[in-house]
Design a protein. Structure first.
Length: 380
């Protein structure tokens, strides 16, 4: 009779003895819903070891029991370390009884190695399955939290956009009456200041409406001169630039034209320039903003530079994401709106920053050049 057969007979005859010893020391809570299964699983593991010693090892049977135990431990919300302790406790009880088998240690050693291998594989499959279950639970919980958070943000956004949209109606009336007062009382003090503040408020409302897509500011695409738009924005911001001692230099090619939503491009320029002015508030030397517009090959470039503080690279990576802001009173939607608008016009926007200057570069396709090329090719 082989050592394995002798040993399996010995384990079977002492089966109840070491199972009893193991069950007296096993870690299992009185509140564990699978308390009885813990003992049953221990018995099943010993039976498998005996079976494996008598015949060929069956990995599927071992894996099946390991998966069952892992799923029960996960559902019972038990720390996996308790399970490993219990398995090793059962292994130790078996080895204690092996030395009473009257089989020499030299003969026992290969079989001990085999039994160790069975237990190690059992622990591996159980812990692996337990980890997969826990990872899936974490993933499901995270998805639920994110979805709930997204639902709340959506609801909040809908409420905010509705409120802001309704707010614009009385604002339009107030702006109209201010203009009427200016016409009838051209010398009345503070009307210009009031009108400028109302325009600033309208600018912020436009930001929210763009993000919520409640309203498309430019109804139809139109061809417009870039230098005219830049001058309009510069005049709108003139009180702010003067108040902050910011010098603005404009260099736009006179023939530069864009085809798109003019009011949306106005919003882009306002957002970038307002950000630049805010950055320059931290500067105590000559504050300067440069606006450039030019053609290069088949593209149109608009660039806004300022000599404000350098923006760290980690901030630049997220600068166009929604609700990302490093201002105390910032909303984090200005540059996000810019990116949305430019991408809607099949363009790109990027930011670079060094100790000398920070630059926002907008690149757009020169639609007119393509149309001219198309006309030329069709005429040929």
């Amino acid at each position: 009779m082989s050592v394995e057969e002798r040993l399996s007979e010995f384990l079977e005859s002492h089966y109840e003895c070491f199972v009893k010893k193991w069950s007296e020391n096993v870690l299992v809570s009185s509140n564990d819903p699978y308390r009885s299964e813990v003992l049953s699983n221990g018995r099943r593991m010993v039976q498998l070891v005996i079976t494996f010693l008598r015949a060929d090892f069956n990995e599927d049977l071992l894996k099946e029991l390991a998966f069952k135990v892992a799923e029960e431990r996960a559902e019972a919300k038990v720390n996996i370390s308790d399970f490993i302790y219990n398995v090793n406790l059962g292994r130790s009880e078996i080895f204690k009884h092996l030395y009473d088998s009257k089989i020499s240690l030299l003969e026992l050693q290969p079989t001990i190695n085999q039994i160790n291998s069975y237990f190690d594989q059992f622990i591996y499959y159980a812990v692996k399955r337990y980890t997969e279950i826990k990872d899936e639970e974490i993933k499901d919980t995270k998805t639920f939290i994110e979805q709930t958070h997204q639902d709340r943000l959506t609801l909040l956004g809908q409420m905010a956009s509705s409120f802001v949209h309704e707010f614009r109606n009385p604002l339009t009336s107030i702006t109209g009456f201010i203009k009427l007062l200016q016409r009838e009382n051209p010398t009345l003090d503070y009307l210009t200041v009031i009108q400028h503040e109302l325009e600033q408020l309208n600018y912020q409302i436009s930001q929210f409406l763009l993000v919520s897509k409640k309203e498309v500011i430019g109804k139809e695409k139109a061809l417009f001169h870039v230098d005219h738009l830049v001058k309009e924005v510069e005049m709108f911001l003139y009180p702010t630039t003067v108040d902050n001692n910011v010098k603005v230099e404009v260099n736009i090619e006179p023939t530069l034209k864009l085809l798109g939503y003019r009011d949306e491009f106005r919003q882009v320029l306002l957002n970038i320039l307002m950000n630049s002015i805010d950055a320059l508030k931290l500067v105590y030397y000559d504050k300067a903003i440069s606006i450039q517009g030019y053609k290069h090959e088949e593209s149109i470039y608009l660039a806004v530079h300022n000599n404000g503080p350098v923006i760290p690279q980690e901030q630049i990576r997220t600068i166009f994401e929604p609700f990302v802001t490093h201002k105390k009173l910032g909303t984090g939607i200005g540059l996000f709106v810019c990116k949305q608008i430019i991408e809607k016009h099949n363009g790109t926007i990027s930011c670079t920053s060094t100790d000398e200057r920070t630059s926002f570069i907008i690149r757009l396709e020169d639609v007119l050049t393509k149309e001219e090329q198309s006309k030329t090719s069709s005429s040929l």
